[in-house]
Design a protein around this ligand. Sequence first.
Ligand code: FE2
Ligand code: FE2
Length: 272
Amino acid sequence: MTAAMTVLAVGDVVGPEAAAWLADRLPHIREKLGLDWVVVNAENCAITGPLPMDGFGMTVEAVDLLLEAGVDAITGGNHSWDGPDVDKVLAYPQVIRPVNLDEDRGQGLLTLRYGDKTLTVVNMLSPTASLSGMTAPQPRPIWSSWTELEASEELPGAILIDLHGESPWEKASFAAALDGRVAAVVGTHTHDATLRGHILPDGTGYVAELGMTGPLGFTGGGFDPVHFVAKLRGEDFTKLPPYELATGPLALGAVALEIDDHGSVTKITRVH
Ligand SMILES: [Fe+2]
Ligand SMILES: [Fe+2]
């Protein structure tokens, strides 16, 4: 099926500075941890832009930077269809967007092969995450979408799912339902890293939230929270100036997953 491998899964990169910061460090991290592949969620790497939604998504510049630094697959989420560069970004074979949407642009999964190692990366979007602004159609339910995908597509090698969603319970339920059928389910979207990695009884690795990669100030989300506070208060946040990044030191939200030749996770290590 596949030889054993080590994969680094990185959570939502917030802002161009964080993309450059990660790109700078990645060759060293790759060597130090003996990584076979690096999978990065980059849905927030283009933070600047006019409201309401052009301030998110990815830029060609940041995607090029990450790929040149050795990133093998770039995943997205509810912001996969945002920003002026969206068509160019989704045309990259290394960039995937959530598979469970009826959308012509882009692809929802990617198979990486090197020698006798094979990893298939799948990006899924929970309808809970689509509540935070979407410029694409609403996602289909994750469970039926997954079972359709599993029945209709070939998913070679070990399978890594980036599940982009709000709810840790939903992410945990999805991982438990897939135990033994995929190598790992890693959560993205809520940005604040969860502490523990779990290896389920039949070998599926699960992390509720990888955590964002970006400036750690305020609440750990990578942004100045002024728009989120306005939304909470029922105010019109679109009248505010564009989103701004948080301040403070940059943080890496990532885990290293060791996957054996049965496609099971044997070790999960938080990488800071
Ligand atoms: Fe995000
Ligand atoms: Fe998101």
